[in-house]
Design a protein around this ligand. Structure first.
Ligand code: AMP
Length: 440
């Protein structure tokens, strides 16, 4: 590692593509793509890759990260040979992302002869093998299918100059770490390795230490995550009463379409089965379902046939449907970043969206971390039968688990009196308890 913490990078980019030392053919294809100036990620990453450095970039989707590695890879490709082995391997967590990345780099390869192959599961392997036999320059694929090809000796990695781990955090979340390591061990030692990840934790750093050569670390993550246009509420509720609350909420809100996020696959299945007894148009999606099943559910969700989709984070992250009116976090997400991803599924294309998060009394700290990340307070919501009791004393006698009480008692009675109103009677900005306010 060149440093223990990533360098902060400004989100303003004042450089031009020409000043990055790109070829005429590249500049022409960027022009054709309508890319006028490099995004900050591109301005930061492209020169480093062109200089032969390994790069660990903290950047999420929508920052232009794909072109940040796609452009220099295209610039450094040797002239394709017939039957030639791949020169670049890009690993992605999902097949959807593999296709997206392939399309983006293919678009930027205008004016050159570059052969691509997208290798992912859920598709017959035979046609991929035929493609590989003819010669491919850039491979984009998911770790499982890439490993499958390696096992069959249908993929030759000996000529690789670049390996990219795109959305590395997501690949590790899905459990691809052993596959990634097996693949990396098969890659030539003198390759360049590029790692892009929305979050960089100790596991990612360890991976980088083991498989990258003095990577340059750059942080392009925004200081505050923005889900500003979305109304965001929370309920405090007992674990055992969550399902009843969910029913009440759906009955009251009548969502056009909602995603109900759960932490576990089993929990997702359970909620779906119970909900389907009460409402029509209920389905679920999680990582144990095969790609075909997931595609079918997505299709029905897109068509509006599924109104209530119960999902886990891993699959929920990629859902891009404009009609989603409600996000319901049945379980608080494990990481605050996931909260932003979940809530970002609604309020798309200028539509209004609303998000409700079910918080148990032990999860006050988790709620605070989310609020710090989005730099906004969630508004306390109430619904008949799930009213919040606002003093410590009364919790003992009435509903002890419905108080937002994060280990510190409310500072003064006045502080609790000024607590935010429920959404049915919106008032001024929500106020926080002392400890909470200080945390922001
Ligand atoms: P990504 O973060 O790679 O998913 O890219 C997000 C979107 O931004 C994609 O639709 C790209 O086509 C687009 N894009 C990437 N770089 C630029 C650029 N320099 N100018 C305009 N659009 C861009």
């Amino acid at each position: 590692m060149s440093s223990s913490e990533p360098a902060e990078v400004s989100h303003q980019s004042n450089v031009s593509f020409a000043s990055l030392g790109l070829s005429e053919v590249m500049l022409a294809s960027l022009d054709a793509a309508g890319y006028q100036v490099p995004s900050p990620v591109q301005a930061g990453v492209i020169p480093l890759i062109l200089a032969g450095r390994d790069v660990l970039g903290q950047a999420r989707t929508g920052t232009g990260k794909t072109a940040s590695f796609g452009i220099p890879i295209l610039e450094r490709l040797a002239k394709p040979k017939r039957g030639g082995a791949p020169q670049a391997l890009i690993l992605t967590p999902t097949r959807e992302l593999a296709v997206q990345v392939r399309d983006e780099i293919e678009k930027l390869s205008a004016g050159r002869t570059v052969r691509f192959a997208a290798l992912y599961g859920g598709k017959p392997i035979k046609s991929q093998i035929v493609k590989l036999e003819k010669g491919v320059d850039i491979i984009v694929g998911t770790p499982g299918r890439v490993l499958d090809h390696l096992g069959r000796n249908t993929l030759d990695l000996r000529e690789l100059k670049f390996v990219v781990l795109d959305e590395a955090d997501r690949m590790l979340d899905i459990g691809f770490r052993p596959d990634i390591e097996k693949i990396l061990r098969r890659c030539p030692a003198d390759r360049q390795t590029l790692l892009l990840s929305a979050t960089v934790d100790s596991v990612i750093k360890k991976l980088a230490e083991r498989y990258m050569r003095e990577p340059e670390m750059l942080d392009f993550s925004p200081k505050t995550k923005s889900v500003e246009t979305i109304e965001q509420f929370y309920f405090t509720v007992d674990q055992e009463r969550k399902f009843d609350l969910l029913l009440k909420l759906i009955e009251r809100e009548q969502p056009a379409q909602a995603i109900i996020f759960c932490r576990t696959k089993r929990g997702t299945d359970k909620i779906q089965i119970k909900l389907a007894k009460k409402f029509a148009g209920v389905d679920c999606m999680h990582g144990d379902m095969n790609q075909g099943m997931r595609d079918r559910v997505m299709k029905r969700f897109r068509a509006g046939e599924v109104k209530l989709l119960v999902a886990t984070d891993v699959v929920g992250r990629g859902i891009d449907v404009t009609g989603i009116s409600h996000i319901i976090n049945y379980d608080v997400p494990e990481s605050s970043d996931d909260y932003v991803h979940r809530v970002g599924r609604t309020g798309r294309m200028g539509r209004e969206g609303v998000a409700y998060t079910f918080v148990t009394t032990e999860q006050g700290g988790e709620l605070t971390r989310i609020e710090e990340l989005i730099n906004k307070l969630l508004i306390r919501a109430e619904i008949e039968g799930f009213e919040t009791v606002s003093t410590v004393k009364s919790t003992a006698t009435t509903a002890p688990t419905q108080v937002r009480f994060f280990g510190v008692p409310p500072a003064t009675p006045a502080a609790t009196e000024s607590a935010p109103a429920p959404p049915s009677a919106p008032a001024g900005p929500p106020k926080m308890k002392k400890k909470h306010r200080r945390a922001l």
